[in-house]
Design a protein around this ligand. Structure first.
Ligand SMILES: [Zn+2]
Ligand SMILES: [Zn+2]
Length: 137
């Protein structure tokens, strides 16, 4: 991937995609001009995958996942992924993970790539700590 123009299947339809294809943010009531490049994609694979719906969104409507191995997603896909992943964590762990995610988003807005990586790593450590999980001591 990473090409300017290609065709993909999304929800049974063939669509044009790539950063040379203009679009408008797919979020309701947002009219931000974007393109169908990977930077605007919900999920990792154009056309949709196990993470995302394959929609295209502006910066404000694409969100970092709390899990380092997941791509950016729209709020619906992220909420679904979060609900699934967070169900097994203690409230304390969830709060710490949310805090790290907020810090990562702030660092991203500042163009601080190292900060983003550091905060997401912090969240990852919390998520991989057995004590973060319900019922584990
Ligand atoms: Zn989505
Ligand atoms: Zn938008």
């Amino acid at each position: 991937m990473g090409y300017g123009y290609y065709l993909v299947h999304r929800n049974g339809q063939q669509i044009e995609a790539g950063y040379l294809v203009p679009d408008i943010c797919n979020e309701d009531d947002c009219y931000q001009e974007i393109d169908r490049g990977l930077d605007c994609l919900c999920g990792r694979q154009p056309g949709g995958d196990e993470y995302g719906c394959g929609g295209y969104y502006c910066d404000s409507h694409l969100y970092f996942s709390r899990r380092v191995d997941e791509p950016e997603m729209c709020k619906r896909c992220l909420a679904a992924a979060d609900a699934e992943a967070m169900a097994s964590y203690t409230p304390e762990a969830v709060a710490l993970i949310e805090d790290a995610t907020t810090q990562a988003e702030a660092a991203y807005k500042d163009g601080d790539r190292e900060g983003v990586v550091a905060e997401r790593r912090k969240a990852d450590i919390i998520m991989n700590n057995p004590r973060s999980r319900e019922g584990v001591t």
